[in-house]
Design a protein around this ligand. Structure first.
Ligand code: PNS
Length: 166
C-alpha cells in the first residue's frame, strides 16, 4: 500500500519524523511530500525543506521525499496513493483533520482516497513547526541557550534556524 504523508514541514519537527517512521512501518511505500505553495512565503524553500527531510528519513528504504503544488488529491492520484496519512496531536487537530479528510474524500470521489491518522507520541505532542519558528526566533535573536530546540528538531534544522535568526 502506498501512503502519502503531506505537509508544509516548515520546518520538519521531531513530531513529523516520528509520524513518518511509524507510517513507514505500515506502508509498503511512504511518500513524504512537501507543499510547495507559491502563494505562501515559507521560512524555508521547498528545496531546503526536502533536504531536511532527506537528512532525517533518507535511510529508510521505503520512504521517498518529494514536493507537490496544487490540490493534494490530484498529486495523490498521480502517485497511485491508497491513503493520505496525517498526524494528530490533540482533539483540536482531530476536528480540523477530519474536515480536511472529508473534503479530500469528496474531491477524490472516483479514486476513493482514504485518510488515516496516527496519534502523536505523548512526548512530542507539544511540538509544531510554528512553535519551533517562534522559539528559534526568540532564542537566536536574544542569544539564549538552545537546548529546548534540541528536543524539537534535528541538528540540521537547528543549524539552519540559527543561521536564519542570528
Ligand atoms: O503541515 P500542514 O501545513 O498542516 O499541511 C497541510 C497540507 C499541505 C496537507 C494541506 O494544506 C494541503 O493538502 N494543501 C494542498 C492544497 C489542497 O489540496 N487543499 C485542499 C485540502 S482540503
Amino acid at each position: 500500500m502506498t501512503i502519502l504523508y503531506p505537509g508544509s514541514f516548515d520546518p520538519v519537527t521531531l513530531g513529523h519524523i516520528d509520524i513518518a517512521v511509524r507510517g513507514a512501518k505500515i506502508a509498503t511505500r511512504l511518500i513524504v511530500a512537501v507543499l510547495d505553495n507559491t502563494n505562501k512565503k515559507p521560512l524555508f524553500s521547498a528545496k531546503e525543506r526536502i533536504s531536511f527531510l532527506q537528512d532525517a528519513l533518507g535511510h529508510i528504504s521505503n520512504v521517498e521525499i518529494d514536493s507537490f503544488s496544487g490540490l493534494l488529491v490530484e498529486y495523490a492520484k498521480q502517485k497511485n496513493v491508497t491513503a493520505i496519512l496525517r498526524g494528530v496531536r490533540s482533539p483540536g487537530d482531530v476536528e480540523n483533520e477530519a474536515r480536511y479528510a472529508v473534503f479530500n474524500r469528496l474531491l477524490s470521489e472516483l479514486n476513493n482516497i482514504e485518510t488515516i491518522f496516527i496519534t502523536a507520541s505523548p512526548s512530542l505532542s507539544f511540538i509544531s513547526s510554528s512553535i519551533v519558528r517562534e522559539v528559534a526566533f526568540h532564542i537566536y535573536s536574544s542569544n539564549l541557550n538552545d537546548t529546548t530546540l534540541h528536543n524539537m528538531v534535528t541538528p540540521s534544522v537547528q543549524h539552519a534556524l540559527s543561521k536564519v535568526y542570528q
